[in-house]
Design a protein around this ligand. Sequence first.
Ligand code: CP
Ligand code: NVA
Length: 304
Amino acid sequence: MKKDLLSIGDLTKNDIIDILDLTKKVKANKSKYADALKGSSIGLIFQKPSNRTRVSFEIGMVQLGGYAVYLGPNEIDMGGRESAKDIACVLSRYLSGIVARTYEHKDIKELAKHATVPVINGLSDFAHPCQALSDIFTIREHFGSLKNLTLAYIGDGNNVLNSLICASAKIGLNIKVATPRGYEPNKEVIYLAKLFSKGSGSALQFSHSPEAVAMGADVLYTDVWVSMGHEDEAKKRMKAFKAFQINDNILGLAKKECIVMHCLPAHRGQEISDSVIDSCNSVVYDQAENRMHVEKAILLKLLK
Ligand code: CP
Ligand code: NVA
């Protein structure tokens, strides 16, 4: 049966460990996997702009000996020119897999329901699982293990945070979250994470105080205050998030050897100061690079 990756909930703890371990191998030995997906192809259905997700999947697929075709909003106008069902059924006749970036998560679910090939979520309003898996990989790579580490996320309760919470809770990484009131992560995600954490031992904390969560953190993480699709709320959000910037004060509260993460694109001067994103604690470019290695591992797991 085909397997999809629509959210972290599709993976067990062991699936996540397998992906992390395979990523390590793929990253260390690029040539060994040069023909691993020879003759395979993926389509990238993107309703929103992308740098990292598009390029890392396209180039990752080429590095595995396969082919990738980008299908932007001008080619595939999902729901306008054609239904998600018709797109999924037709593309399944041409391709070995589909990566989709949609506004609404239900559109990715609809694609997956009708596609006979694996569907991978390249970001929706609800989740960004490839980002979270890659971030967990980066943390493990940096510290050598995930044991006794705490990630402090400061900012919007958005797609990236939803996936980070689930991935952390499944794998056993402690996570402390500070969002402004009214911008908390998805309630169902919090409920599920509490269940997952019982099995993994991950400690979870949800608050509204950036200082409290930053205190003693091993990882400081943030993302934009205005995600794609929420541009009309920008003014209101700027006010609500004012006190939620990762800056030198916040960095000073975390462990000295902490790492600073951001999925990018960053709005420098808003959610993160230049001084912090450019500091020696910042690993944002390692994070971006690892997207490709992790996605190669995901493609190998789902398409082979
Ligand atoms: N982090 C991330 O997904 O970046 P893009 O939006 O550029 O793909
Ligand atoms: N939360 C951001 C992530 C971009 C990679 C967005 O959805 O726009």
